[in-house]
Design a protein around this ligand. Sequence first.
Ligand code: 13P
Ligand code: SF4
Length: 351
Amino acid sequence: SDPTLVARARAAKEALGERVFVLGHHYQRDEVIAFADVTGDSFKLAREAAARPEAPYVVFCGVHFMAESADILTSDGQQVVLPDLAAGCSMADMATDLQVRECWEALEAAGAAATTVPVAYMNSSAAIKAFTGRHGGTICTSSNARQSLEWAFGQGERVLFLPDQHLGRNTAVLQLGLGLDDCVVWDPHKPHGGLAPEQLRAAKVVLWRGHCSVHGRFSAQNVADVRERVPGVTVLVHPECRHEVVTAADLVGSTEFIIKALDEAPSGSAFAVGTELNLVSRLAQAHPDKQVVFLDRTVCYCSTMNRIDLPHLVWALESLVEGRVPNRIVVDEDTAHWARVALERMLALPG
Ligand code: 13P
Ligand code: SF4
């Protein structure tokens, strides 16, 4: 990266000292990760954001829904900054507040809402998290989806899981032992979600038709190909991958899990990793004694995670030095209250 920008980022961080806390998601570029005070998966970053009340400025190098969650979980005096407001998440955009309310009304009309518990993936807007909190539900991340679903089944008979159908299906089937036919898919673009009231009543899990545009591209064929190309390879994928990919893989887990699995693997072992490219490239560099290959060489970066680059970070930090708070992420009070209810239910789950 540009040495002038590196020097400017360093100088701005030094000038801010303890007043700024920089969080970096594992999918961020190397040039941004270099300035993160802490890196993590979505769950770890949510906890870390809540644990730094002394820093007035929290610069979130990740995507919009993560910065919203940080605003919800930080204390009143703290301000959360997203270095580029265009860093959204296509999956989070697949469930709007209006669409989710329509789905809930259909559950009500089917006489199924009272026994349904919503579980929203972290990758959702604050409005969806608030909806979940208002309706007795919880949030989950890829590292605690099992615990969240188990908790939800202790509260009701059926789960509305949104917006990632793959994480929902993979967790329900592979970790809770439910059948594929216990799950139905609600399509927000079809009248009544494309489901009859009796299908809603019979389902154990109502999955939202949403997916990650990066992980959705991995295929079972990629897994078969890499096994042929790299003998003895361990295939390690993120649970946002499609069900047939996850069942064909050897290990499945969040970004933090993937990093740990590579750290703990013996020297000389071979891994094919099915997740975002910035992380996979960093893992390959960090483990020269291991073979780390990308599960599908044609799958690319998460384009919105990549919006945060060094120029945006420098701009954000220098603005703070000058006393301006750029790109502040603020969730309105009522939404924040109910979203916090749901997030705190998640944070209270057994680890
Ligand atoms: P985790 O970091 O929780 O594994 O999530 C991956 C992701 O897609 C974040 O957008
Ligand atoms: Fe969203 Fe997928 Fe990018 Fe994560 S990797 S931010 S789920 S689009």
